[in-house]
Write a protein that binds this ligand. Structure first.
Ligand code: HEM
Length: 524
């Protein structure tokens, strides 16, 4: 079994500062009864650092103790800019993400933390974002792109995923399903973004420099969120710790992406047709430049394409892998839900079997993603798992103008707003007393139709408003394809005794992976 998560050691400078700040904090403790501790001078830095591994549960615990208030403030050190307003209140969230959208940009600090992504769609605000959003939207809604996605997910499931899992089942070995999902989404997103097939998911579980460099960058992004900016910038200047590793990783990433752009330009020049996101962006960029529609970020240079494509690639890859792994875990713990998903797939399988011309439907059977789009219970189960384990559990915004939010909280310029989608799904006053239960039925009405909580502010997994996730349809297509390929062909047995906890990261992964054994299913 390959384990991609290499250990990550914070630099000594960080430890030294932490011990110093923590001791001073004990001495100057302001309010020992506070649920979360705010220390004079150093604010909540020790608490944040100490709890960084359990940040989500910690924040969730605070919300539970606030008994329906849904918001709280938390201070950073006075010498830093860390002043947070944390909320899971649906009305606040709707106001911030939708109603008063322009007042809550991501802000310059976000851009600095995420500078490995350059001026891509995930980092920029205002006019620059609008141009990128338009370009990406054009690419995502193209029917050729949608076809590319369903054909490719079927191909990867048929030629890589199922053969790998069949091998695991035959040999009786144990596999980390989280790693399998990560490799699947890497291949899918390389195809979708760049139109290339890396074969990262294959029986040999090969290494891949680009995949590993990407993972390194994501780790750095997490620590940049936790530490004061001056500290990680200092580490970058002195080229130490994870900043040193990040610089190395970025060289690998840049070299690979620039090579892919150059190859794509040459293919397009030769008239070779492709419908991936890079091809679409190269074409739109050329049109915009030639018609002078906008000179903003659409300069005809490769740096623009590098930033755009790396951002799109990252936006999809990790969220998708995270969505998949929590889904499998929740389903494995809920046999009744698993049985209903299987029954639904069996009905679909039988209807396909009757269709002329007869195909050879022996084991394994891989569904066409387009056929899966109508399955109600599967869709509901995916929504339910995304509610409990939103792949992007925290979202941050800044404040331009002082404003009173719907719950009465006053937020001021300079404050950082943290929206906890993780907590939204776990509050009884939002989702009812059984909010912690995995219950796909809550998404289905009495007539057996899907309830579209997706459009309401209590389901913020894909964001709300103008910056709603552009890959939502793609996410459902891919999760359904993998769920059907695995659950229809295999019994998944999650090994007992595993500690399943979220890993500290920007996206919600499992700290220790998910070790499983597989058995072939008999389909009759
Ligand atoms: C289960 C899977 C996914 C979830 C839960 C998810 C969730 C989100 C969330 C919460 C945001 C807002 C982030 C922010 O404002 O900082 C976002 C933005 C975005 N997502 Fe997804 N995402 C998923 C999959 C995908 C996929 C497969 C793609 C395809 C590339 C994608 C593309 C994007 C893009 C381009 C944005 C930026 C939108 C903008 O700022 O205008 N996402 N997503």
């Amino acid at each position: 079994m390959v384990n991609l998560s290499k250990s990550f050691t914070p630099a000594a400078i960080f430890l030294g500062l932490f011990i110093f700040f923590f001791s001073v904090g004990i001495f100057l403790k302001k309010n020992s009864k506070a649920i979360y501790q705010n220390w004079l001078f150093i604010g909540s830095l020790p608490t944040i650092i100490r709890n960084s591994k359990r940040l989500l549960k910690g924040v969730n615990g605070i919300f539970i103790s606030l008994d329906g208030r849904g918001s709280f403030f938390i201070n950073g050190p006075i010498f830093s800019k860390l002043k947070y307003f944390v909320t899971c209140h649906p009305k606040n969230i709707e106001y911030i993400l939708k109603t008063d959208f322009d007042n809550f940009p991501k802000g310059p600090d976000f851009m600095q933390i995420f500078d490995p992504l350059g001026d891509g769609i995930l980092t920029v605000d205002s006019d620059a974002w609008k141009v990128l959003r338009r370009m990406a939207h054009t690419a995502f809604i193209a029917s050729e792109f949608k076809d590319l996605l369903s054909n490719m997910s079927r191909k990867i499931a048929e030629e890589q995923l199922v053969p790998l899992l069949a091998h695991v089942a035959e040999t009786g070995s144990i596999i980390d399903l989280q790693e399998v999902c990560a490799r699947f989404t890497f291949d899918v997103n390389m195809n979708a973004a760049f139109g290339v097939h890396e074969n990262y998911l294959s029986t040999e579980l090969p290494s891949n420099d680009f995949a590993e460099a990407t993972e390194q960058v994501q780790k750095a992004l997490l620590y940049r969120h936790i530490l004061p900016m001056f500290l990680w910038k200092l580490m970058r200047v002195f080229n130490i710790g994870w900043e040193k590793e990040t610089t190395k990783a970025l060289k690998i990433i840049d070299a690979h992406i620039y090579q892919l752009i150059s190859q794509k330009r040459s293919d397009l020049f030769q008239g070779i047709k492709s419908f991936d996101l890079l091809s679409s962006h190269i074409k739109t960029q050329a049109q915009m430049v030639s018609t002078n529609i906008s000179s903003l970020p659409t300069k005809n240079d490769d740096k623009f394409l590098r930033d755009t494509m790396f951002s799109l690639f990252l936006a999809g890859k990790d969220a998708l892998a995270s969505g998949l792994i929590w889904f499998f875990w929740l389903v494995s713990k809920t046999p009744a839900a698993e049985a209903k998903i299987f029954e639904e797939l069996k009905v679909l399988y039988s209807s396909k079997k009757r269709e002329p011309p007869q195909e050879t439907h022996g084991w394994p059977y891989v569904f066409d993603a387009r056929d899966l789009s109508e399955l109600i219970y599967l869709h509901a189960a995916i929504c339910e798992s995304l509610r409990l384990y939103p792949p992007v559990p925290l979202n941050s915004k800044t404040v331009l103008k002082e404003v009173v939010l719907p719950d009465g909280s006053l937020v001021k310029p300079g404050m950082q707003i943290i929206i906890s989608s993780y907590a939204v799904g776990r509050m009884s006053w939002i989702w009812g007393e059984d909010c912690r239960k995995f219950k796909p039925e809550r998404w289905i009405d009495d007539d057996g139709r899907l309830i579209r909580h997706e459009n309401m502010s209590k389901f913020v997994t894909f964001n709300l408003g103008p910056r709603t996730c552009l890959g939502k349809d793609m996410a459902f297509t891919q999760i359904k394809a993998v769920a059907a390929a695995i659950l229809f062909n295999f019994h998944v047995e999650v090994l007992g005794g595993q500690v399943i906890v979220p890993k500290p990261a920007i996206t919600l992964h499992m700290e220790n992976g998910l070790k499983v054994k597989l058995r072939k299913r008999v389909i009759c």
